[in-house]
Design a protein around this ligand. Structure first.
Ligand code: PLP
Length: 399
């Protein structure tokens, strides 16, 4: 396999664009040297790189494609909307239609506002909560984006030191640690914001946390960036039967178009009347149309059902391969059938091992970054081909 064009473009990219691209997860240094670096086109769960090589994809545009890339149904609806116009001087009727749909689908969605990125809405969730509770501190677990209350936890430069005093990392699953943090801060806590990622909540934990938050005037928020439109019933909160005060959706809700939705209790989202939270492209008609048609299509083809069945199949087979290659005590699979990963148990060489696995997978035309994001477009034959490559890569780890 040749990557001549990728390497040529990469050289230019590095010259003009700091860090090569807009998110580290797409950077060339995430993959072995002999890997594609730029994509020309994508369809379903596959893409063609700039050298004409075809790959099966397990990151799916960082989670943005639930149906698969370039979905014909969504495309057709978006093309129709292009002919009607994209952004107007008054609101588009699509805002109301999409809000109505989310209200029907998502338990916490009494009120809804639209934005463009995950970071937009994670930032606004905190401002709303501070305005509503008149309290300052933020407790968070997981990743939430590039905005100020969070970014310093990953890179410290460019942030005002005092800001750091108001954001506190907490474990996802520990009620006692959260409680003692709230007490330490004399309950000056406005919001607890949890990313729903690979770790399953302890039984009854989220219900208990919700009750505690309500009693203590703390807003409970779920960051459903990765779970939205991937879980049975369209959301993690419906699946787990716990309704947070605010929920944050982006990524998969519009199948590759740029839409984010902050949804939640009416009384909290009414704080939009008091905070400053305006943005020009929030009512972009193309993304709203994409969102509406994504919902339609997911329902019509039972996409979530397909994803969970296929995900469960893949997890079972991967477990068999781990046992076959005697790796079951070193590597576990964590997450949910719609998105899971390999979890390395106390292995200091994790990065090296993942790199080695990636090398074998790339040679087999599979792009994987330790995340299995299953889409409606993944079919059993894609999974079978991938499992074969994993068998080869696990086998090589033992050599
Ligand atoms: C859980 C979670 N929250 C928030 C974000 C930020 O979203 P965005 O990159 O669209 O700003 C991400 C992005 O990966 C995410 O995974």
């Amino acid at each position: 396999m040749k990557f001549k064009n990728s390497k040529k473009i990469l050289k230019k990219g590095l010259k003009f664009i700091p860090e090569q691209t807009m998110t580290f997860a797409k950077r060339a240094d995430q993959y072995p040297l002999l890997s594609p670096n730029y994509i020309k086109s994508a369809k379903g769960c596959e893409f063609i790189d700039v050298d004409g090589n075809k790959f099966i994809d397990y990151t799916m545009g960082l989670g943005t494609s639930v149906l698969g890339y370039n979905d014909s149904f969504v495309n057709k609806k978006v093309h129709d909307q292009i002919d009607e116009g994209t952004l107007f001087s008054l609101p588009s009727v699509l805002e109301v239609k999409m809000a109505e749909e989310l209200n029907k689908l998502i338990p916490s969605a009494q009120s809804i506002r639209f934005y463009k990125n995950g970071a937009d809405i994670c930032s606004l969730a905190v401002r709303l909560a501070r305005s509503y509770t008149k309290k300052k501190h933020v407790l968070f677990s997981g990743y939430h984006g590039h905005h100020e209350w969070y970014s310093f936890t990953l890179r410290d430069s460019g942030n005002i030191q005092e800001m750091k005093n108001y954001s506190h990392k907490i474990p996802f699953n520990s009620f006692s640690e959260i409680k003692s943090k709230v007490e330490e801060l004399k309950n000056d806590v406005s919001i607890i914001i949890l990313e729903i990622d690979f770790f399953r909540p302890k039984k009854g934990y989220l219900n208990k946390l919700k009750k505690y938050c309500t009693k203590n005037n703390i807003v409970l928020a779920f960051d459903e960036m990765w779970t939205g439109f991937r879980f049975p019933g369209f959301s993690f909160q419906k699946y787990i039967k716990v309704t947070p005060n605010i929920s944050l959706f982006s990524k998969g809700i519009s199948n590759g178009y740029t839409l984010a939705a902050i949804v939640g209790d009416k009384k909290i989202l009414n704080e939009f009347n008091n905070i400053w939270g305006y943005t020009t492209f929030g009512s972009d008609a193309l993304s709203l149309k994409a969102g509406l048609s994504t919902i339609q299509r997911i329902k019509k083809v039972s996409a979530i059902d397909h994803i969970w069945k296929l995900g469960n199949y893949m997890i079972d087979k991967l477990k068999v391969l781990l046992r076959k290659n005697n790796l079951q005590n070193q590597i576990k699979i964590i997450g949910y059938p719609c998105r899971f990963k390999l979890h390395f148990i106390e292995n200091k060489n994790e990065t090296k091992i993942i790199y080695k696995i990636k090398e074998t997978l790339i040679k087999n035309n599979i792009l994987w970054n330790n995340m299995f994001v299953i889409s409606y477009s993944h079919k059993k034959y894609h999974i079978k081909k991938t499992l074969k490559a994993f068998d080869e890569s696990f086998n090589k780890l033992n050599q």
